[in-house]
Design a protein around this ligand. Structure first.
Ligand SMILES: [Zn+2]
Length: 465
């Protein structure tokens, strides 16, 4: 299979001259097309559109915003919306004008044609640094009978083949994220003996090219084991290169020393003043013990409070209700966060129960397309849809609440039906969809027609006046 990788890489490199175009095309049309479906209220006649909008100060008219819920008794039966003109200046919403308001004169004006504005999506667990996306089709090798250590051995062979194009692939994946309405992310980045700091350097170059259209914090991820691959020193170097979080990985199954591994990870965070975001897949009693050890560590070290995320945390799905409630309460008290990919399978993660206890739950698209998984679409709205399906959220109110997992908790309406977003002064980070309300968007997954980051259109098109 190594030969196959080599052939694929050569084929990929063979068209280096076209890589930027190829990436752009992959990002823009690989997502299922750039033309929005006709939006509610969109005129039938063809009209002028633009793909370029970089004005510092402009108006976006005919934007659908949510106004409140409609009720039958105490049951939410529908969402009320109205058209507005958004006035955007220096990356922020400065005014929301009613549809019939007199608009400021002399300001460049664009049209959203009745499409709904949703808060920009936030992909809080993704691996931008070692993706297959942007290259030729390649399925993962069979996983049957393979341990995580077998997978690490595979990755040791694969990384040198991916590294020469990892920057371009990361940028192609950022373009795909834009096309799905995502402009903010947290990316894990391999720190391992094979790639050294190269994966990080390439990812940082990719992010530098997108500094105006994409915000991304980085987790230094010891994918081959913090102790197992002896990368403590490399991890500390990564911390000095602008990385925000110390990562970790299965301290029992990979490092074979739960307490020592976790202590080493936290020590790097404490020494460098950074946060922690650990991959914990262990669904065994050892995984439960690791979560307990992490909670204790944060309880003893106030400097870590509010700065620790456990990614996946499958062990929480094995807890009895009483133990889960106690664990969740302790996590909430320390401001600990869960990042879950909302997995399908025999175990259902207790995400609503964690949220009810005050644990902040976020999600991400994780391995969009790499040697771990080929199925990701990099679509956070799809994660909200999955959340609604898994946790019986098929009614208007629960569909509208499910959006929170895709947007980092930002919702157009609060639970009482008052508009919470957007407000004057908020960052102009949003995406336009041909849907009548967020409940419909979560259920029906419309294409995104335009995405905005700090007021700048980073994907799609809008009508010109
Ligand atoms: Zn991951």
């Amino acid at each position: 299979m190594e030969t196959g990788h080599h052939q694929n890489r050569r084929a990929f490199l063979g068209r280096t001259g076209g890589i930027v175009t190829a990436c752009a095309v992959a990002g823009l049309t690989g997502s299922g097309g750039t033309k929005a479906s006709p939006a509610p209220g969109k005129p039938a006649a063809a009209e002028a559109e633009t793909r370029s909008l970089t004005d510092q100060h402009y108006l976006l008219t005919n934007v659908r915003l949510e106004e409140g819920f409609a009720y039958d008794g105490d049951v939410v039966t529908a969402t009320r919306t109205a058209l507005h003109s958004l006035e955007i200046k220096a990356g922020k919403f400065v005014a929301l004008h009613a549809a019939d308001a007199v608009l400021p004169a002399g300001v460049p004006t664009y049209r959203a044609n009745g499409q709904l504005a949703l808060p920009a999506m936030r992909d809080m667990h993704i691996h931008l640094d070692k993706t297959f996306y942007g290259g030729p089709w390649q399925a993962p090798l069979p996983r049957q009978g393979k341990t995580i250590l077998d997978m690490i051995a595979r990755e040791e062979r694969l990384l040198p083949q991916l590294l020469p194009t990892s920057q371009q692939r990361a940028e192609a994946l950022i373009a795909l994220l834009h096309s799905k309405g995502t402009t903010v992310a947290r990316s894990h980045c391999n720190i391992d003996p094979v790639s050294g700091l190269k994966s990080l350097e390439h990812l940082q170059r990719a992010l530098e090219n997108h500094r105006d259209d994409f915000s991304c914090e980085i987790v230094a991820f010891p994918q081959h084991g913090l102790l197992h691959s002896k990368v403590d020193g490399l991890m500390r170097e990564a911390m000095s290169m602008g990385v925000a979080y110390v990562g970790g990985l299965d301290p029992t199954n990979v490092d074979g020393a739960m307490e020592k591994s976790l202590d080493a990870m936290f020590q790097i965070a404490l020494d460098t003043g950074k946060g922690v975001d650990i991959h914990l897949h262990e669904a065994s009693p050892a995984g439960v013990a690791a979560i307990g050890r992490m909670i204790e560590t944060v309880e003893k070290n106030p400097a870590l409070r509010g700065k620790v995320t456990i990614s996946h945390a499958f062990a929480l799905a094995t807890l009895a209700p009483g133990a889960l409630a106690e664990t969740a309460s302790r996590m909430a008290a320390q401001g600990m966060t869960i990042a879950s990919s909302v997995p399908l399978g025999a175990m259902t993660m207790p995400l609503p129960q964690l949220s009810e206890k005050g644990v902040f739950v976020m999600t991400g698209t994780d391995s969009v397309y790499d040697h771990w998984s080929p199925f990701g679409r990099a679509d956070m709205l799809e994660k909200a849809n999955l959340y609604a399906q898994l946790y019986r959220g098929s009614d208007e109110f629960r569909l509208s609440r499910a959006l929170a997992i895709a947007t980092g908790g930002v919702l157009p309406l609060d639970d009482g039906g008052k508009r919470a977003w957007p407000k004057a002064g908020d960052g102009a980070d949003f995406t336009l969809v041909p849907a009548s309300c967020s409940a419909e968007a979560v259920a029906r997954l419309p294409e995104r027609s335009a995405t905005f980051h700090r007021g700048r259109m980073v994907f799609g098109s809008v009508g010109t006046a």
